[in-house]
Design a protein around this ligand. Structure first.
Ligand code: ZN
Length: 288
């Protein structure tokens, strides 16, 4: 989430930056971002105003750095996850592209590992966790399950760039979690259901997510292209106009009401798959 939030953060001013990113992580995360900057943030402030004043100053002072960092990460993610759909890159994995991006020093990503204190996960450290199991129990378990004990290092850092680097490195090793760019709103996301999802799932202000909106749009798109629906709409308009022009004609109005009901039933049956598009089309033509 941290990497995604940062890629999507609106850094244009303090309010938007706070609302889209810093509210979740605080400003401490910038402490080691720039070694030439004298970072000052106290543990406690006597008033909210005082804290906000100092946080705003830090943000303004480091804003250029932050915008640079965001752009660098966007460039790296675009390459590693091939978001430009470059045909020549398609066959390589995320971690292969990640490695080449660093080795070839594309962008500045290769400099971002510096302020990261890594606590190695190791077999020595497993003593606390499973040291009480007997020697042969452990050997048997490892052999039966044909597995190596999973290790995960712990990173400690006050430098946003190093944190993003560590996340990207870890993430690029997992083929099931690609970073994608939403085709509706352009935000970066990791699909939760299917790997080839093209719309994000972020809650939007109108309460519909891009995924729901996308599903709805392609549904109405499909209906637009459906020739039975097209014929239905044209016929409906014609009949509607006839009734309006000839208001005294009670029979015409009654027929129209009956036709509407029947047509609706036919269309519902088509949506349920009980009737084909062609059958409904034929029915509409016959009952014009
Ligand atoms: Zn979206």
């Amino acid at each position: 989430m941290l990497l995604l939030r940062f890629l999507n953060a609106d850094l244009s001013n303090f309010e938007t930056a706070n609302k889209t990113f810093f509210y979740a992580y605080g400003f401490e995360i910038l402490r080691d971002l720039d070694k030439n900057y004298k970072f000052e943030l106290k543990q406690n402030y006597s008033s909210n105003e005082e804290y906000l004043k100092q946080a705003t100053k830090i943000f303004e002072d480091l804003k250029e750095n932050l915008l640079d960092l965001q752009q660098e990460l966007i460039n790296a993610v675009t390459y590693i996850y091939n978001l430009d759909n470059n045909k020549d890159l398609e066959k390589y994995t995320y971690s292969e592209r990640f490695a080449v991006y660093l080795i070839k020093r594309m962008g500045k990503l290769y400099t971002y590992y510096k302020n990261d204190f890594i606590m190695r996960d190791s077999y020595s450290r497993k003593y606390q966790e499973i040291g009480s199991h007997s020697e042969y129990d452990l050997l048997e378990t490892l052999q039966n399950k044909n597995q190596v004990l999973s290790m995960s290092d712990t990173h400690k850092s006050n430098d946003l760039s190093s944190i993003c680097y560590a996340i990207l490195e870890e993430l690029s090793k997992t083929p099931n979690y690609p970073i994608k760019k939403c085709q509706n709103c352009g935000m970066y996301f990791v699909p939760t259901s299917k790997v080839d999802e093209i719309y994000c799932d972020y809650p939007k202000e109108n309460s519909k997510t891009c995924r729901e909106l996308g599903a709805f749009q392609s549904y109405t798109e499909r209906l637009k292209q459906n020739k039975a629906m097209g014929e239905y709409r044209r016929t409906y308009q014609q009949k509607f106009m006839q009734v309006r022009k000839d208001k005294e004609n009670k029979k015409l109005a009654k027929n129209f009401e009956a036709w509407k009901k029947q047509a609706k039933d036919k269309i519902n049956d088509m949506k349920k798959g009980k009737l084909t598009e062609n059958e409904v089309y034929e029915w509409i033509i016959k009952n014009k």
